[in-house]
Design a protein around this ligand. Structure first.
Ligand code: NAG
Ligand code: NAG
Ligand code: NAG
Ligand code: NAG
Ligand code: NAG
Ligand code: NAG
Length: 254
């Protein structure tokens, strides 16, 4: 261990001084022009202009997903895509469909209509399926995914239970795309034969889906390798991070 400590100490010192230097440097520059649009995007206002989304707006409001979308759009570089079902779409559901869902599943149903990435219609014509939604959480196995298929200029979205067209776009401009759908997108996981039990949480320790999950600025803790990894692995990745920082700061210095 002593052999490791010796070269690490000056390295650490360099990192710390460089970091301090960097932070004062940043603080010394007043009012750097902030990139991106100044006025915040408001999903509710966009839907209100559409005029036929009273139910969807109400659900976005009661689940607070609407405000989470507004916040996430503001701070994510990926943007977002929202598939907005019309009031007609909700009326065409079998009576009681929404009320039969637990509050958790109602939230999931709405999250299923939101993808954490900005897609133009053109993107969707050739996107690789299934596309993650906010209901997918961090699972990569295609849970709560949507399939998009295109023909000509027409894009269809399929859940495995329902398939419908993306009829018009209320907005198609980075960072937010909003497309109108004439059916509520019912996830197979909730309404299909092989539906996932709504009570049993997934065996993995994946967190429940949370739109604001990616917004945490203290990401270094979360990015740390899982605990089951061996100590030497942690040491290596820790060193990698430190060295990367040094390279970065050296670029600043010279
Ligand atoms: C978004 O728009 C709705 C309707 O126009 C309004 O009630 C709400 O206060 C707005 N939210 C924000 C954060 O501006
Ligand atoms: C949204 O919910 C709040 C209470 O949480 C309520 O006061 C407000 O009227 C709701 N807005 C809409 C558009 O439903
Ligand atoms: C969006 O971000 C800007 C700057 O980061 C902040 O001032 C503003 O309050 C944010 N707006 C919302 C709706 O979060
Ligand atoms: C989506 O497409 C993939 C492969 O393209 C397929 O395996 C999957 O069953 C489809 N899922 C739905 C919900 O249509
Ligand atoms: C798209 O979905 C509609 C049903 O809403 C169906 O009639 C049409 O054939 C589908 N188009 C494609 C290309 O699958
Ligand atoms: C997050 O970072 C801030 C400083 O940037 C610190 O004050 C705060 O305690 C941190 N929170 C957590 C949960 O680590």
């Amino acid at each position: 261990m002593a052999t490791l400590h010796l070269p690490l100490a000056p390295l650490l010192l360099l990192i710390l001084t460089a970091a301090a230097f960097l932070s004062t440097e940043i603080a010394a520059q007043p009012a750097a022009p902030a990139p991106g649009p100044a006025r915040p995007i408001n999903i509710t206002a966009i839907l209100e202009k559409g005029g036929q989304f009273v139910t969807f707006i109400r659900l976005l409001n009661t689940t607070q997903i609407g405000s989470q979308i507004n916040i996430q759009i503001n701070s994510s570089s990926e943007g977002m895509t929202v598939l907005a079902p019309t009031d007609n779409a909700f009326q065409n559901l079998k009576p009681g469909t929404l009320n039969k869902l637990s509050p958790d599943d109602q939230v999931k149903l709405i999250l299923y209509h939101v993808s954490p990435k900005y897609y133009t219609l053109e993107d969707l014509l050739s996107v690789s399926n299934p596309v993650r939604t906010q209901a997918s959480g961090r699972d990569v196995g295609g849970v709560y995914g949507l399939n998009f298929t295109g023909q000509g200029n027409q894009v269809n979205v399929s859940t495995g239970i329902v398939e419908t067209r993306l009829s018009t776009s209320l907005r198609q401009q980075r960072p937010l795309a909003v497309y109108v759908v004439d059916m509520v997108l019912l996830p197979e996981e909730m309404f299909g034969e092989r539906k996932i039990s709504p009570v049993a949480p997934p065996p993995k320790k994946s967190k429940s889906p949370d739109v604001s999950d990616d917004l945490d600025t203290n990401s270094t803790k979360k990015a740390a390798p899982p605990t089951e990894k061996s100590g030497s692995c942690e040491m290596k990745s820790g060193l990698g991070f430190g060295l990367g920082l040094v390279v970065l700061t050296l670029k600043f210095l010279f």
